[in-house]
Design a protein around this ligand. Structure first.
Ligand code: ATP
Length: 213
């Protein structure tokens, strides 16, 4: 079984996240993409990330009845900061040795990977799928990895490389949606509409709970 895992703060989840996950299911022929909201994101220095339950509820609402997108709360079940390496280990052991896990990450998040706990291990635990983000370029990936002393070898496919662990590094283009959670929070603060940036139900939840005001 081929699975995708897409982590994030999701504060709030928006159409950019959802569309990327949806396109990855199809492009990579994944059985499912797990959306994993970080309980205590170690990289967000914003003082007030919304409570996990709100971010989780919104993600659940956003995927609705999708059979290919599923929201997991496993980071909330662990103590302390949410490290991806721990989540990947946990998923690997619960899905069993036959699984084929693809860790999906926007390019801007990838270029921070040297600050992540045990980042070298990530390239042994799963395939890495890098999704284009505005202002970040895939041709910067190779020199970045070289600096970190992580080896990759090219394949016939210019969008696929292989780590020494045998796991793949895959470059994927997705429909570029210039949407961010930061933008959504800012619009709400200014009492402006966020309709069509997030699913309707998520918009309703934000307004009902007075989030980001
Ligand atoms: P913030 O603005 O609060 O930093 P964000 O919108 O970037 O949030 P995150 O929850 O930090 O969202 O991102 C989770 C993952 O989603 C990251 O891998 C990021 O690259 C990706 N992502 C965020 N926005 C988009 C988008 N518009 N299109 C595709 N991927 C996205």
């Amino acid at each position: 079984m081929k699975y995708g895992i897409f982590g994030g703060t999701f504060d709030p989840i928006h159409m950019g996240h959802l569309r990327s996950a949806e396109e990855m299911v199809q492009e990579l022929a994944l059985t499912k993409v797990f959306l994993v909201p970080a309980a205590t994101p170690p990289h967000k220095d914003r003082i007030s990330v919304s409570e996990f339950r709100h971010r989780y509820n919104m993600a659940k609402m956003a995927v609705g009845r999708s059979t290919t997108l599923e929201v997991l709360d496993l980071e909330a079940k662990r103590q302390g900061p949410s490290y991806s390496v721990d989540t990947l280990r946990e998923l690997n052991s619960s899905l069993g040795p036959e699984n084929d896990l693809h860790f999906i990450l926007g390019l801007e998040a990838f270029f921070e990977i040297h600050t992540w706990k045990e980042y070298h291990r990530l390239f042994e635990l799963c395939h890495l799928v890098l999704v284009d983000r505005k202002g970040y370029y895939f041709d910067q990936v190779s020199p970045y990895l070289e600096k970190l002393r992580i080896k990759i070898r090219p394949t016939e496919d210019p969008a696929r490389f292989v780590f020494t662990s045998g796991k793949n590094l895959i470059h994927k283009k997705v429909t570029q949606m210039d949407i961010s959670s930061t933008q959504i929070r800012a619009l709400i603060k200014k009492k402006k509409s966020i309709r069509f940036l997030v699913p309707d139900q998520v918009m309703g939840y934000i307004l009902q709970n007075g989030l980001y005001e």
